[in-house]
Design a binder for this molecule. Structure first.
Ligand SMILES: [Zn+2]
Length: 327
C-alpha cells in the first residue's frame, strides 16, 4: 500500500481527555478521535491508550498506520523533546516516562513529543491567530496558565527546553498559594482553578451565584469554561467580578511579556478564550495597554484570542513534527 504523502497523526494528551487528529499534508483534518485520560492507569497502559486513539484516527481516515509519516504528541509537563521523554507531568502523575520510544514501539512510525503549550502555540502560529508573524507570545489559560514563544518564526525552547513558564510569574507578592508552592503567581490568580476558588469563596461568604447550581445541573465537578459562559449569560455578579479580577491580572501578565519579549502578537489561547473570545480578551488588552512601557505598542502589538480552539495542540503537534522530521 502506498504511503499517503505527508499524513501525520497529532495527539493532544490532556489530564482529562486525549484527542487524535489524522491530518494530511495541507493540514486538512481527515479524522478526529477522542477518549478519556484515565490517570489511575499505570503509565505503560496509558501509553497503550494513546497508541489506540492514534490508530483509531488512522482507521477513521480510511488509512493504515504504515501509510502515516509520523505520530506527534503534545504532552503536559516538562519534556525532553530530543529523546521524547516526559521528565515530569504532575497532571498525569508521570516522572521520567519514555513516551516517545514506547509509542514508537507500539505504532512502528517516528514519534515526536513536545510540551502541550508549545505545540498549541505552534498550531496558532502556523494556522491560526499567530499566522504571518515572526515573534508571537502565547498565553494559554485553563486549569493552569502556560506560555510559549515563537521567535524569528521558530519555537523558542530555552537552554533546556524549559522556556515559557509564564504562569509562575509572581504578580502579587504574598498572594494566594500556587500549585508550584509559591504565592501570588499568575496561575494562582487568574487560571480557571483560581477563578473557581474565588467563586466558591464568595458563595461561602454569603453572596448569591448560579455557578454551583449550573455545575450540579450539568453534572460538572469543576467550573468549566462552559459553566463560566453560562453564568455570565445569566448576568451572575459573582462570576463577573471574579472574571474581571482575573482579566486584570492577565492584562498585567501580558504587558510584562510584551515589555520583556517585544513580540508583534500575543495569542490568548485555552478553553475560556475559545468560548468567550473577544469578551475574554478585550478587557485583558485594555489593562495590558495601561502597562505597556512604549505607548505606541498599543497600535503595534496585537493581542488576540486563539482561533483553533481545542484543535490547536493536535494541529500544532503535526506542524512541529513536519519541521522536526523535515517532511
Ligand atoms: Zn506558581
Amino acid at each position: 500500500m502506498p504511503k499517503r504523502d505527508g499524513v501525520i497523526v497529532g495527539v493532544d494528551l490532556g489530564g482529562t481527555s486525549m484527542k487524535a487528529l489524522a491530518v494530511d499534508a495541507r493540514n486538512n483534518i481527515l479524522a478526529v478521535e477522542k477518549t478519556a485520560t484515565d490517570r489511575n492507569k499505570k503509565p505503560s497502559d496509558l501509553i497503550a491508550d494513546i497508541a489506540s486513539v492514534a490508530r483509531k484516527a488512522v482507521e477513521s481516515a480510511k488509512l493504515e498506520m504504515k501509510q502515516v509519516e509520523a505520530v506527534s504528541v503534545g504532552a503536559p509537563g516538562s519534556i525532553d523533546h530530543n529523546n521524547g521523554i516526559v521528565h515530569e507531568a504532575p497532571n498525569l502523575g508521570w516522572k521520567e516516562i519514555k513516551l516517545g520510544p514506547e509509542l514508537k514501539r507500539h505504532l512502528g512510525v517516528p514519534v515526536v513529543v513536545d510540551n502541550d503549550v508549545n505545540v498549541g502555540l505552534v498550531g496558532e502560529h502556523a494556522l491560526g491567530a499567530g499566522a504571518g508573524a515572526a515573534f508571537v507570545a502565547g498565553i494559554f489559560v485553563g486549569t493552569g496558565i502556560g506560555g510559549a514563544l515563537i521567535a524569528g518564526g521558530k519555537l523558542y525552547q530555552g537552554s533546556r527546553g524549559g522556556a515559557g513558564e509564564i504562569g509562575h510569574t509572581v504578580i502579587l507578592v504574598d498572594g494566594p498559594l500556587c500549585s508550584c508552592g509559591h504565592r501570588g503567581c499568575a496561575e494562582a490568580l487568574a487560571s480557571r482553578t483560581a477563578m473557581e476558588r474565588d467563586v466558591r469563596a464568595a458563595i461561602q461568604a454569603g453572596q448569591q451565584s448560579v455557578v454551583l447550581k449550573l455545575m450540579a445541573k450539568k453534572e460538572k465537578s469543576r467550573m468549566t469554561s462552559s459553566i463560566i459562559h453560562a453564568a455570565l449569560k445569566q448576568d451572575d455578579e459573582v462570576m463577573r467580578n471574579v472574571l474581571e479580577r482575573a482579566q486584570r491580572h492577565l492584562g498585567i501578565l501580558v504587558a510584562n511579556a510584551v515589555n520583556l519579549l517585544d513580540p508583534e502578537r500575543v495569542v490568548i489561547g485555552g478553553g475560556i478564550a475559545g468560548r468567550l473570545g473577544e469578551d475574554f480578551v478585550g478587557p485583558i488588552r485594555k489593562t495590558a495597554y495601561e502597562y505597556f512601557l512604549r505607548p505606541d505598542d498599543a497600535r503595534r502589538v496585537k493581542i488576540l484570542p486563539g482561533q483553533l480552539g481545542d484543535n490547536a495542540g493536535a494541529l500544532g503537534a503535526v506542524v512541529l513534527a513536519r519541521q522536526r522530521l523535515g517532511l
